[in-house]
Design a protein around this ligand. Structure first.
Ligand code: NDP
Length: 272
């Protein structure tokens, strides 16, 4: 089993700094993929109602035999279900599909205009009722956070956004971190698009690791939670071996210089 590290959220809950992402993992593949991740040592799984694989995630967790309190499960409220009452109902549906009594982390998947504040009130209620241990947001840019924090009674525990050396989100990270909100980096491997970059390759050779491990370790050393996805067992293991090496300050500086505004998925910056 690989060594693992945790971060402490602003409500005292701890979560692994490495999570396993299951976006675009088919319903058929999810059970075995998650089971493999748990065998390797991942203890945090990042799914979403929109991924349509909460049910096999739940089965893989149940069959793993791992104690519930050693696992950290995240799911997300999809856009169609935003609004106060709809969010409460969608949470019940997600929990039932996952087969869990209490969720570890529930996120607003996207800052849906006109609805996100009501959705957040619903998440606050779920947190107060003890049905979820932490609540957070995803794809929130600084203006979304500013608005939310004028009304929120509970400060989000995390903000899950796309981050890699090629899309560093410095403003959104700073806006999150100065409020004690942990940043979770999604698509930390650039969906594979920059694994062949020469600087990443050179740093990888210098440190005796792979390009994927270098990108993930960069996020870890910046204090973020990283959420790689793979359906291939050797890569699942490779992506988890992050806590037995370090990048030098010089290597970090070289990676910090790779910003190019590379968005590989959707772009929340223009969402009002
Ligand atoms: P990633 O950056 O994790 O890249 C995944 C891609 O890289 C896949 O094609 C995978 O291929 C490949 N890959 C994985 N590991 C390696 C490796 N070691 N060497 C070479 N190639 C590799 O992209 P994702 O977009 O999947 O993001 C990860 C997670 O982040 C998601 O699963 C999800 O949990 C979360 N996310 C959240 C979003 C949000 O809006 N909140 C949006 C997007 C993602 P293969 O599987 O074939 O190995």
């Amino acid at each position: 089993m690989v060594p693992m590290r945790t971060v402490t959220l602003n409500n005292g809950v701890t979560m692994p700094q490495l999570g396993f992402g299951v976006f675009q993992v088919s319903e058929e593949d999810t059970y075995e993929t998650v089971a493999e991740a748990l065998r390797v040592g991942y203890r945090s799984i990042d799914t979403a109602a929109a991924y349509r694989n909460e049910e096999p995630v739940g089965r893989a967790i149940a069959d793993s035999g791992i104690a519930r309190d050693e696992l950290f499960v995240t799911t997300k409220l999809w856009n169609d279900d935003q609004g106060y009452d709809a969010a409460l109902a969608a949470f019940d549906d997600s929990l039932r599909r996952l087969g869990l009594e209490v969720l570890d982390l529930y996120l607003l998947h996207w800052p849906v205009p006109g609805k996100r504040l009501d959705s957040w009130r619903a998440l606050e209620r779920l947190a107060r009722e003890g049905r979820v241990r932490a609540i957070g947001v995803s794809n929130f840019m600084p203006h979304h956070l500013d608005e939310l924090l004028t009304r929120a009674e509970i400060v989000p525990a995390v903000n899950q956004i796309e981050v890699s050396p090629f899309l560093q989100q410095r403003e959104a990270r700073a806006a999150s971190e100065r409020r004690g909100i942990v940043v979770e980096a999604y698509s930390p491997l650039t969906k594979g698009q920059r694994l062949g970059h020469p600087v990443v390759g050179r740093v990888a050779r210098e440190v005796g690791r792979t390009p994927a491990q270098v990108l993930l370790r960069w996020g870890i050393q910046h204090g973020m939670v990283v959420l790689p996805k793979s359906v291939h067992p050797p890569r699942i293991a490779e992506n988890a071996a992050l806590f037995d090496f370090a990048l030098s300050p010089a290597a970090m500086a070289e990676l910090d210089a790779l910003e190019e505004g590379l968005v590989t998925g959707w772009d929340p910056r223009e969402e009002p």
